[in-house]
Design a binder for this molecule. Sequence first.
Ligand code: SF4
Length: 349
Amino acid sequence: MSNLMEVINQLYSTHSATREELKELILCNDKKVLDYLKKLAVKVRESVYGKDIYLRGLIEFTNYCKNDCYYCGIRKSNKNAIRYRLTKEEILDCCKEGYELGFRTFVLQGGEDSYYSCEKICDIVRSIKSSYPDCAVTLSIGEKERSEYQAYFDAGADRYLLRHETADETHYKKLHPPKMSLAHRKQCLYHLKEIGYQVGCGFMVGSPYQTVDHLVSDLLFIKELEPEMVGIGPFISHKDTPFANCENGTEELTVKLLSIIRLLLPNCLLPATTALGTIDPFGREHGIEAGGNVLMPNLSPTAVRKKYMLYDNKICTGDESAQCRQCTELRMEKIGYQVVTDRGDFKRS
Ligand code: SF4
């Protein structure tokens, strides 16, 4: 155990650890060690971001997708999914409501839907940026050509989220159809970095076939990429997918990994995700108390929320945006943190 305490101290001071050390830490169930890990993660988080919680207003604007990822509820083959697309006007209405509620970042998230051509996305981004010049726009719309990423960026997009899902090639193949590749996904992430986006990668915790070695590879890949954001959440099965009967990931392991990521990348923006709040009623609080500093309440119109079901039992699908905003604020106050009206950019030290 003392060895693991040293590993945590070393992570705290050098932000690095070996493959073996990370593996041991992931496997550790000793409460004292895990409490210490959490304590240092929170210390680092507070030294960079204080007690502030940044909000991202999530606008799920299309649930059409050309891909068929085996874990995803809106995969192309799911004939039970009721498909929808939001118009530019509907998206702008979400932003208007969000702005009034204090959001200064809008995340446009959707499946890989070719209906939204490069021009359409650029037009939407430009419209948001001209109406709300003090806000950041984040895109989360999958794998694209470098030239498209560049065009979105030139139109004003600030950030891009593209979870790598798993950094292990063999594992990647077990989660995705043959035409998708980890190499291409990584290539996209490097293109986004080169262009100048604040980039977010991430993975599911406890996804089918995942091993501890895979998780270590995820951590080492994140360290190598040095993204500005890291989104992780427990795997939660969806009834209409090939993984319907697979076991869900756990809150415990997700929270532990959040703390490790905070120590590896002290300045990163680290959300306590909706999936974490779905697996445990206080999952988001626990995520923040383990070193997280971002929450992503839903700004999508209530009428479509239930249709954007990436996994079963997703929380907050019946609430109005104002309710989500208020609930988030109260939950954070209760644990001693404050939601701020701020773009919440990555802080370089
Ligand atoms: S995970 Fe993303 S790319 Fe894969 S099917 Fe779902 S929405 Fe499409």
